[in-house]
Design a protein around this ligand. Structure first.
Ligand SMILES: Cc1cc2nc3c(=O)[nH]c(=O)nc-3n(C[C@H](O)[C@H](O)[C@H](O)COP(=O)(O)OP(=O)(O)OC[C@H]3O[C@@H](n4cnc5c(N)ncnc54)[C@H](O)[C@@H]3O)c2cc1C
Length: 500
């Protein structure tokens, strides 16, 4: 049986699948449209500053967390430093006078919320009780569900049994639905800002439980370094990455994947093809919609995807020491982003906790803005590049004003301004609608699980955020690991891994 695997995309899923397949004796090549690895897990350098475009937390940052040993197969975790933030987010009131801190420590969080919003006591207690409950949950991560036998299934079910009531209660409730129950307006805003409002509460509670256990820290060096380290691991395991290579078609013959066709027209044959790139493009363009069923259609017709972000990044020639890094600031008078998006709050990251991202004595700041009209930005960039630049300038100027009013001494210190839009996300990662994390785990989608194979197509697999609803770095990494397990199983080979 042949062992040549062609992988589409050098995001975390593609790199992970490449590493695990190399560990298991497969000969792999990754074809990546961009000129660097990482996909969405990226950052960009401008005049000595690095603007991080992704990782806020990496689930699995401490040895007590089950994901740790898996990451340690891809990166040397002992060498990777992490920062555990004391505060997940500081939410300011509309006048910018009062704030609530969402502490990562659950006891501190509870005291803070009770002190600042005593009228919401029972909701606060039920919120923090759920975090405490989920702190004891250990996710079974070693064996992919696709290769589990009935006994493994029963064992997993038994592990989850004590949490069933917590799961049932919180997966039916979106962040938005939970937030409107609060009487205190500031706490209501804070709950709403926990994550994308459509997402089921359960998933943010799990994140908060991981943070409370100090198992979801920020990796020093950020996304660029993280992706670079995994790409390095892949190449050291003997894999090859071809950059600036857009895959246009997946070649099939008699219901089997046979290889890929690049934008240059060149064809590459393979024994297996793994798509770790965008889901929509893979199914509907690269495979011409020939291998799908109603379940797949339902996802693409019906389910919601995470929005595309605009990111305003600033390089400041000053220190910002002692200032809370994660803040949610009001934008007085609101700020129109595009014809469907107006914001009244701004999510801010002040990178005073990672001095590798700016020259000495300087600081990077990023503001992430979820947009509702990714098409507007694509059209504008294509049809009126002057206005595209002007719009980016208008928005970044306004954000600098908001920061000036809040912190002072900002405007004069801005050395670099960089604005990325949904058009940038699509150009560099090819993600459908510029989505930053694939399918939102809404209450409607629940624990949605998707297949990593397509109906009627053998020797082909799909991995990454478009087959792992909820997205994120651990699912991307795990789906790469899963596909190696699936291919090994198919070929009756024992799956092996190598750790640092
Ligand atoms: C702002 C932001 C913050 C985030 N914060 C976090 C966080 O704190 N924690 C967390 O866990 N997750 C976070 N995420 C989510 C996480 O980054 C993604 O879910 C994850 O990186 C997805 O990885 P992937 O490999 O599935 O997909 P992608 O990263 O999209 O990788 C796909 C790759 O395939 C390439 N590609 C696509 N089409 C083709 C083609 N035709 N030919 C060749 N190559 C192609 C792309 O260029 C890309 O490199 C964040 C994301 C963003 C944008």
């Amino acid at each position: 049986m042949g062992n040549r695997v062609k992988i589409i995309g050098a995001g975390i899923a593609g790199l992970s699948s490449g590493c695990y397949l190399q560990m298991n004796g497969y000969e792999t090549e990754i074809y990546e449209l961009h000129n660097i690895p990482g996909g969405l897990c990226t950052g960009w350098e401008r005049m000595g500053y690095t603007f991080d475009g992704c990782v806020h937390w990496l689930v699995g940052s401490s040895p007590e967390n089950n994901f740790y040993s898996l990451w340690n197969e891809l990166i040397n975790m002992k060498r990777q430093k992490f920062v555990d933030h004391e505060i997940y987010n500081r939410i300011w009131d509309k006048n910018g006078n009062k704030y609530i801190d969402f502490y990562t420590d659950v006891d501190k969080l509870e005291s803070e919320l009770l002190e600042k919003a005593p009228e919401d006591e029972s909701l606060i207690i039920s919120f923090t009780r759920a975090i405490r409950r989920l702190k004891t949950l250990k996710m079974p991560v070693n064996k992919a569900r696709e290769v589990m036998g009935p006994l493994d299934g029963i064992k997993t079910l038994i592990k989850f049994l004590p949490y069933i009531n917590t799961f049932r209660k919180w997966h039916k409730l979106s962040i938005e639905d939970f937030s409107v129950k609060f009487e205190n307006p500031l706490l209501r805003e804070g709950i709403r800002a926990l994550f994308v409002p459509e997402m089921a509460m359960l998933f943010i509670l799990m994140n908060m439980a991981w943070m409370a256990n100090k198992g979801a820290g920020y990796p020093i060096g950020g996304s660029l370094k993280l992706s670079g380290n995994i790409a390095d691991r892949y190449e050291k395991l003997g894999g090859k990455i071809y950059y600036n290579q857009r895959v246009e078609k997946i070649l099939t013959y008699e219901g089997k994947a046979k290889g890929i066709k690049l934008a240059s027209g060149e064809e590459k044959s393979a024994d297996f093809v793994v798509s770790a790139g965008d889901g929509f493009n893979t199914i509907f363009n690269m495979l011409d919609g020939k291998f799908k069923d109603k379940k797949i259609d339902k996802y693409y017709d019906k389910y919601k995807v995470f929005p595309s972000f605009m990111q305003v990044s600033l390089g400041l020639k000053r220190e910002m020491n002692g200032i809370e890094p994660n803040q949610y600031l009001p934008v007085p008078g609101n700020l129109k982003i595009d014809d469907l998006t107006t914001i009244n709050y701004l999510g801010l990251r002040i990178f005073n906790f990672d001095n590798t991202l700016a020259p000495k004595g300087k600081t990077t700041i990023t503001a992430l803005i979820p947009t509702k009209n990714y098409k507007y930005w694509i059209d504008l960039k294509e049809k009126d590049s002057k206005k595209y630049r002007e719009e980016k300038k208008r928005i970044s100027n306004r954000i600098v004003e908001v920061l000036e009013d809040k912190f002072g001494n900002i405007k004069n210190n801005v050395e670099v301004t960089d604005v990325s839009t949904p058009a940038s996300v699509i150009r560099y990662t090819g993600n459908w609608k510029g989505s930053f994390e694939g399918w939102i785990l809404t209450p409607e989608l629940g624990f949605g699980q998707m297949d990593k194979t397509l109906p009627g197509l053998d020797k082909f697999f799909m991995i990454g955020q478009w087959v792992e609803p909820g997205g994120g770095l651990p699912p991307a990494m795990m789906s790469g690991r899963a596909v190696a397990q699936m291919i090994c199983k198919k070929e009756n080979k024992e799956f092996i891994t190598k750790s640092f």
